[in-house]
Design a protein around this ligand. Sequence first.
Ligand code: XMP
Length: 317
Amino acid sequence: NWTADSFVESTVAALKEKLGDDKVVLGLSGGVDSSVAAVLIHKAIGKNLYCIFVDNGLLRKNEYEQVLESYKSLGLNVKGVNAKDQFYAALSGLTDPEAKRKAIGKVFIDVFDQESHLIEDVKWLGQGTIYPDVIESVSVKGPSATIKSHHNVGGLPDFMKLKVVEPLNTLFKDEVRAVGRTLEIDPNILQRHPFPGPGLAIRILGDITAEKVQILQEVDAIFINGLKNKGLYNQVWQAGAILLPINSVGVMGDERTYEKVVALRAVSSVDGMTADWCHLPYEFLAEISNEIINKVKGVNRVVYDISSKPPATIEWE
Ligand code: XMP
């Protein structure tokens, strides 16, 4: 009979046995899986777990600072790495979605490889792989696919030659959350919506600039905070905003404006493979739209995406 408590107890014991005095490096994403994996491994080996959390400049507003803080308060040995400029430089001028994904994957690998070289004599790579990732290893979008497509020429980066430890690879998502609750991880981390590895880069259609990222962060924060304040966040599987590469005409006072359009997307789903658009209350959408247009400079129009998957995908890129 599976319980989160017994899972934690037996897994921590097994990790102690397996890892001994070895060092482990693990990349935190701010998401549920890597966070729970880190806390479990930390429980087994303490400071020998070296966590790395990379700021790619494509996270939600204030997320890097907030998540880093909550990792520290969990007692994790975590190093935050600000690599924004490297990511923006690699993305400069790229508009094709797959080209953007590849560029981001490559910079991430370079940064992570460099950071893991700083840990003397590290033996293991910790990962938050969960059971569905194992059975769906055919997924073309995951980070490992990016890794493969980039490093099949010239050999693997060194951290990928480490032995892999994946304490969650027999669990489903709801079990991972249950384990996270047992480990007293911040509910804000455990209930977090899925967020794509390439982050806001695939929600800014066209090329990426720091300025566009900032506009989208503001829009996204208004939408997500609105969902939380109205008690809608946990009823939605995933939500976010998309910055469209077009301007539209508007009026502001007596002035004609010609500014950006943003789309809001909220879906219900079980596993992301299929999804329905959420029938959010009109009053809520009206409030959010007003707030965005009034507060975010450079945006004069908000639309709501009413497409389901299939045939649309959740992300626009
Ligand atoms: P789509 O757009 O394919 O998205 O319906 C399904 C789920 O996958 C996420 N997604 C990604 N996650 N790297 C990721 O780590 C990616 O390149 C990527 N593209 C999509 C998406 O956010 C949704 O949860």
